[in-house]
Design a protein around this ligand. Structure first.
Ligand code: NA7
Length: 553
């Protein structure tokens, strides 16, 4: 840190957010590039998504040996995962272990929500301000604000009159919640609802699930990791990680057996049965064209619907649980532990609010049409303002007074998901238009951080003080992202991938669908070509205030 007569502390880099991305950025930029890095974090602890999402049953939907950092042998070898799919407490312990190993806590200021970030065109620096009154200047600003970090709070009429407690899965009380003996409602049947419902049902006296859209989910087949498995994984991490880096989604899933039109459907059904017993997300990938062909998708979808009828005793409840509103896989496919089975329990009931939505909350509970349901507690498992949500909540002001959330009003536009025109020296880790949300996000984070660090090293070596994504490159990338999405079934779902879960949010597909491997190649080529698509300027060689010259050079 340095300071002149201006009392604002000055760093090389300010990072917003201390989840996996923020922590890795500190390590990479500080320890490998020798930069002075400051992180502001909203939470009272580190961990981001895993700090806030403490709802009962919260766990990762990717296997622990994939959903973990790969860049440090010591961390890899010393940490022992206990379950195939790690629970939230274990992941949070892991993040804290990593932070201690890398000794990054001194760089992080907790309890500090960044409210403003303004670029100064005369000095090529950002000034960042927090709700605490703290501020900092830096040449580079990096947002590591996460994809699922802003809970989506529905506004039901009369919510404030409810006399019990209301919880959101994405902002769960740290002291935990005891539902014993309570009448509990859960609104929402996405991943958070599907993970929490069976666990809440274990505790509550009565559980009512309000379902707007029936959701596909497949068994997690979670189990403890044995000592032998753990050792075998540790021995082969090097190869495993390399394969993951070069894969479509950053994790090794069972491949498709062929396209719908080409495979023997009895064989496909057999393979679905096999995967149903423990292949997690790749259950929906038996047919290679599952996300491109509606016939293929319908075959897989019907398999899951049939399973629901096998599991659920009451045929009327099973019919309500049958998903029909989107092709399987076009919303993130949850993996569950006893989700459908839970509806066989006496004290669990399902209320469809698909055709008759929730009318209002009352002091006693929830009113749907003419029926009032009484509760002691209501759990909102209603999801997140994904991807752009956290960035929209910060006043980010670039050149010529451009405000990021206004620039993105009709849909987020970015170059590679990492940079946006008008916002020089700003990198958005796992930003909209990157592959992150469709991949093992840790794999994407590692890639982004490494690529950005290499780029910063290049900029410093070349004496470049300002970099900005060009409008042309950004438009071309955004069009490419949209075109790839349009070739799939993804746009048929009203998903958070499309921004469709937030009223008024533009419907733009928020991720690059071409695969982590292709994205990595593309980024490598861009770097090899002198960072094609970015405009560079050198403060020393342009007159002060010559912003236009800088951006266009
Ligand atoms: P999701 O997947 O966005 O699910 C939210 C759920 O809440 C979904 O069932 C929604 O129904 C429902 N919802 C949202 N708003 C309302 C209102 N106003 N009324 C009734 N129901 C509502 O969020 P999750 O937290 O479960 O999962 C997010 C990601 O975390 C997940 O994809 C994994 O990657 C991990 P809808 O489907 O919109 O009809």
């Amino acid at each position: 840190m340095s300071s002149t007569s201006d009392p604002t502390p000055t760093y090389d880099v300010v990072v917003i957010g201390a989840g996996f991305a923020g922590i890795y950025l500190v390590h990479k930029l500080r320890d490998e590039l020798g930069l002075d890095v400051k992180v502001f974090e909203r939470g009272a602890g580190i961990g981001g998504t895993w700090y806030w999402n403490r709802y009962p049953g919260a766990r990762c939907d990717l296997e622990s040996d994939a959903y973990s950092l790969s860049f440090n042998d010591e961390i890899e070898q010393e940490w022992d995962w206990t379950e195939r799919y790690a629970s939230q407490p274990e992941i949070l312990r892991y993040i804290n272990f990593v932070a201690d190993k890398l000794d990054v806590r001194g760089n992080i200021e907790l309890n500090s929500t960044v409210t403003r970030a303004v670029f100064d065109e005369d000095t090529d620096t950002w000034t960042v301000s927090c709700d605490t009154g703290a501020s900092a200047k830096a040449r580079y600003l990096m947002t590591a604000t996460g994809i699922l970090s802003v809970p989506s709070m529905p506004t039901f009429e009369g919510m404030e009159t409810f006399e019990g407690r209301i919880y959101h899965t994405g902002d769960w009380p740290h002291e935990g919640v005891d539902f014993a003996g309570k009448r509990v409602a859960v609104i929402g049947t996405g991943s958070s609802g599907i993970q929490s419902i069976p666990v809440i049902a274990e505790q509550a006296a009565q559980l009512t699930v309000f379902q707007r859209t029936a959701t596909f989910t497949v068994p997690a087949a979670n189990r403890p990791v044995t000592e032998n498995e753990r050792n075998a994984t540790k021995r082969s991490y090097k190869q495993l990680r390399e394969q993951m880096r070069r894969s479509q989604v950053g994790v090794l899933l069972d491949a498709g057996i062929g396209n719908f039109a080409d495979v023997d459907l009895r064989v496909a059904r057999g393979e679905l049965e096999r995967r149903w017993r423990g292949a997690g997300m790749s259950t929906a990938m038996v047919l290679s064209d599952n996300l491109r062909s509606i016939e293929a998708n319908e075959f897989t979808s019907q398999f899951v619907r049939d399973k629901i009828h096998e599991i659920v005793d009451d045929p009327a409840v099973a019919r309500m649980l049958e998903p029909h509103d989107y092709p399987i896989g076009t919303k993130r496919l949850p993996i569950d532990t006893n989700y459908y089975d839970t509806f066989n329990r006496e004290h669990v009931r399902l209320v469809s609010i698909r055709d008759t939505p929730i009318t209002r909350f009352s002091p006693a509970g929830i009113v749907v049409g003419d029926t009032e349901y009484e509760f002691d507690a209501i759990v909102l498992a209603t999801g997140f303002d994904a991807s752009t949500g956290a960035l929209d909540r910060i006043h980010i002001e670039g050149i010529d007074g451009r405000i990021m959330r206004e620039q993105w009003r009709d849909g987020a536009e970015s170059y590679l998901g990492l940079a946006s025109p008008g916002f020089p020296n700003l990198f958005t880790v796992t930003g909209p238009g990157s592959p992150a949300i469709l991949t093992n996000v840790i794999g994407s984070i590692e890639h982004h951080v490494e690529w950005i660090a290499e780029y910063i090293a290049y900029l410093r070596a070349e004496g470049i003080t300002r970099t900005e994504a060009t409008t042309e490159a950004t438009e071309a990338w955004t069009a490419h992202v949209a075109e790839l999405a349009s070739m799939t079934l993804y746009p048929r779902a009203a998903s958070w991938y499309m921004g469709a879960n937030i009223p008024g949010k533009p419907r733009v597909f928020l991720a690059y669908i071409g695969g982590l491997h292709n994205y990595r190649d593309r980024c490598e080529r861009i770097a090899a070509d002198g960072y094609l698509g970015f405009a560079h300027a050198d403060r020393a060689r342009i007159p002060a205030g010559s912003a236009a010259a800088a951006a266009g050079s």
